[in-house]
Design a protein around this ligand. Structure first.
Ligand SMILES: [Zn+2]
Length: 225
């Protein structure tokens, strides 16, 4: 059975900081006597459930259209539920116990519980999630074979760091050469509620091949037992 992990994209999709909102402008409408219904979508590459390509924070990183289909299909996914941790960060110690020495998971899905606020309090959800620490990012890049990281919140760095022009966690996860040996795509604002308690067989995260760009909304879905 396949289940969707994608939030619908809508004009009320939560956005980060002062980023513009999603906007759908009708181009033609049958209700107005037009021959068909056609819509202009004003979308950011990071609106809603989406994938960050390494190029997002890494000028040498690959762009979203350079990801292969194999890069977007994960056959050994691992979900961890850190929703009852006691800190408002996700640290190495929240992740490491789920990995054995020869662990060959290819996608880590992190459920933090932040998404419980997404519908009722979207502004809070976009700013007051639990970011990953630099140590957590280093563990993922240097000590696992993960080739993707998905989460139930919208940004891997602390929001105030991004507003101040800092992005230490993105820089490591997306492979900036000064601080990191490799970059992996990030899948943000993922709806993990349908996955909780299920055995996950495969995950598919499908971006649009937007030429030379930094990310794309995705349709992400999982095959479960
Ligand atoms: Zn993003």
């Amino acid at each position: 059975m396949f289940i969707s992990l994608t939030y619908p994209l809508a004009e009320d999709t939560p956005t980060f900081g002062k980023n513009p909102k999603v906007k759908f402008d009708p181009v033609r409408r049958t209700a107005n006597g037009d021959v068909n219904n056609v819509t202009m979508c004003h979308l950011m590459t990071h609106h809603g459930t989406h994938m960050d390509a390494p190029f997002h924070f890494n000028p040498d990183g690959i762009t979203i259209d350079q990801l292969s289909l194999d890069d977007c299909i994960f056959t050994r996914p691992k979900l961890i539920d850190v929703s009852n941790r006691h800190k408002n960060i996700i640290d190495r110690s929240d992740i490491e116990p789920s990995f054995t020495k020869d662990d060959n998971s290819d996608l880590l899905l992190v459920y933090s519980g932040a998404s419980l606020q997404r519908e009722s309090n979207p502004d809070y959800y976009m700013l007051h999630y639990s970011p990953f620490t630099v140590e957590a990012a280093r563990f993922i890049i240097e000590e696992t074979r993960l080739r993707g990281l998905a989460m139930d919140f919208g940004c891997v760095d602390l929001a105030t760091d991004i507003f101040a022009g800092r992005s230490p966690v993105h820089n490591i996860l997306l492979g900036r050469k000064e601080v990191s040996s490799r970059g992996i795509p990030l899948i943000e604002d993922v709806n993990m509620f349908p996955l909780l308690g299920k055995e996950i067989k495969r995950v598919f995260s499908m971006p649009l091949p937007l030429k030379d760009l930094d990310g794309s909304p995705v349709n992400i879905f999982a095959e479960v037992e």
